[in-house]
Design a protein around this ligand. Structure first.
Ligand SMILES: Cc1cc2nc3c(=O)[nH]c(=O)nc-3n(C[C@H](O)[C@H](O)[C@H](O)COP(=O)(O)OP(=O)(O)OC[C@H]3O[C@@H](n4cnc5c(N)ncnc54)[C@H](O)[C@@H]3O)c2cc1C
Ligand code: SF4
Length: 462
């Protein structure tokens, strides 16, 4: 590492990896700092426990006084959560953007960035529906609902092995690692430091002057982009002295897998995880949930999260369910929430994640479970079980907005409080999207990279 860079980026996921790679390829002097290790496709195997250990952030939970905890899932490695995600690539609906409280900002502002991100990643339609999709399709049709193909950033080399959550071994599945980061780093255009957690942004006279690493070293920068993901970014900002809305407004976009047991083996684990979705209930007034089909958790996650109406499955019923792993087909119910969760940390640095769903959010969760169960039963499932709630799409904890009382950064993603300090990840998204968020996080990140490179305030000029 050098003593100074034009831009230091903290976190290498959907947002940070893109911003660092873009700026480096345009000739900016960039340092990308990542808390986790640098494993690549050559290292990735289907071994679930090993991937959880090497690539995933240790499991965390959001708690509420009157509801079971929600598991918070994400990655800690170069490429961030894009390394272990399922690559579904969807643009936000105009109605979701209308909830962002950014007057005048809509799809027309984001579409040029979506176009560029999709072209760069080679986003394509997945019309190679898996066998188990055809198993559940009659269930959707019986309820008057429909399935359509998803779009995804996985190219034609996808061998449908189903190990997306352990890192794609063929590089067919795109991440910011095997695209923006490696393209810049392998050509010597960018410095990348893995296993290097950042403690805080160094702030001097109301301006960011660089970062302080967890081991106490410092690096100077013309501008700092914090992109540690929506659970970590607010903690970094707090340690840097920022206050206000930091950590509030966390959106969980809670998900639950609902499984149906079929007589014939379905082998849902040996398929590209998500090829279709049902958008009939996407908007709040239509129910407020999206169903993705079909998928199944890997064996450890499957067996440790199964529930029925009596709570977690245990003893012989769990053994019986696990023995028939090949016969279960899952649908993923993703529910619109209203950003009623929060990230905080005490003086000793102990992090805490809390949520408090309102009546509308609880109703959507119940309705999405009931709909999924009805679909599976109508498709011929002989038993239906489901997982506990998880969040794979955290967003909003350092939201973009015009009012410093209710937002953390302005429309250019620059802090209201500290100049030269930007947020470049899912924390920016002002209100939870009804679809998977990575494409939107990348579009916002590309927008920020353009802004930083244009350098209207001369931050990088010196
Ligand atoms: C199982 C799973 C499946 C998913 N599938 C999809 C999908 O199909 N489609 C989709 O659109 N989205 C999907 N997502 C969500 C998507 O991947 C995330 O929304 C997106 O990657 C978030 O981007 P980010 O930049 O905010 O954070 P991340 O991608 O999580 O990156 C943050 C990075 O910052 C690093 N970091 C944190 N703190 C520090 C620190 N102090 N110092 C240095 N580095 C730090 C972390 O280690 C991490 O690598 C999925 C998520 C999961 C968990
Ligand atoms: S299913 Fe396709 S995208 Fe997923 S890990 Fe396998 S080859 Fe990669």
């Amino acid at each position: 590492m050098k003593a100074r860079y034009d831009v230091v980026v903290v976190g290498s996921g959907a947002g940070g990896g893109l911003i660092a790679g873009e700026l480096a390829q345009r000739g900016r002097d960039v340092l990308l700092l990542e808390a986790g290790p640098h494993f690549t496709a050559a290292d990735f195997t289907r071994f679930e426990a090993r991937a959880n250990h090497e690539l995933w952030w240790p499991l965390r939970f959001a708690t509420s006084p009157d509801a079971p905890p929600i598991a918070l899932l994400g990655a800690r490695c170069v490429g961030g959560t894009t390394v272990i995600n399922t690559k579904v690539a969807l643009r936000a609906h105009e109605r979701d953007l209308a909830k962002w409280e950014l007057p005048g900002f809509g799809r027309a502002d984001l579409d040029p960035y979506y176009d560029r991100v999709e072209a760069y990643l080679g986003v394509r339609e997945r019309n190679d529906w898996t066998k188990s999709v055809h198993t559940v399709l009659p269930g959707f049709e019986a309820l008057g609902a429909s399935l359509e193909s998803v779009h995804a950033y996985a190219d034609v080399n996808c061998m449908r092995c189903g190990s997306c959550l352990q890192g794609c071994p063929t590089n067919a599945g795109k991440s910011t690692q095997n695209t923006w980061i490696h393209e810049a780093w392998a050509r010597g255009l960018m410095d990348l430091e893995a296993n290097t957690p950042v403690d805080r942004v160094a702030v001097d006279g109301g301006e960011a002057s660089g970062v302080v690493l967890a081991d106490g070293r410092t690096v100077d920068a013309g501008a700092v982009v914090v992109a540690g993901g929506a659970l970590n970014t607010p903690q970094i900002l707090r340690r840097s002295g920022l206050d206000g809305a930091v950590g509030r407004n966390l959106g969980l976009h809670p998900v639950r897998l609902v499984y149906g047991l079929f007589d014939e083996p379905q082998d849902n684990h040996m398929a590209y995880p998500i090829t279709t979705h049902c958008m009939d209930h996407q908007h709040d007034e239509d129910g407020g949930f999206v169903i993705e089909a079909t998928t199944i958790q890997d064996p450890i996650a499957f067996a440790t999260t199964l529930c029925d109406e009596n709570g977690p499955l245990w003893g012989q019923p769990l053994v019986d369910a696990a023995k028939r792993y090949r016969n279960w087909v899952g649908v993923l119910a993703m529910v619109n929430d209203e950003n009623n969760a929060a990230v905080s940390a005490d003086d000793g640095g102990a992090e805490e994640f809390t949520f408090d769903f309102n009546e509308r959010e609880r109703r959507r969760l119940d309705d999405s479970l009931a709909f999924s169960r009805d679909v599976l039963l109508a498709a011929g499932a002989t038993q239906v079980l489901w997982s506990g709630l998880a969040s794979t799409h955290v967003q909003g904890s350092a939201r973009m907005g015009d009012d410093p009382a209710t937002s953390v950064v302005d429309r250019n993603a620059e802090s209201h409080e500290v100049r030269r300090l930007f947020v470049g990840d899912g924390s920016l998204v002002p209100r939870t999207l009804s679809v998977n968020p990575s494409l939107t996080i990348m579009a916002l990140a590309l927008r920020l990279a353009d802004h930083l490179h244009a350098d209207p305030q001369g931050y990088l000029a010196g």
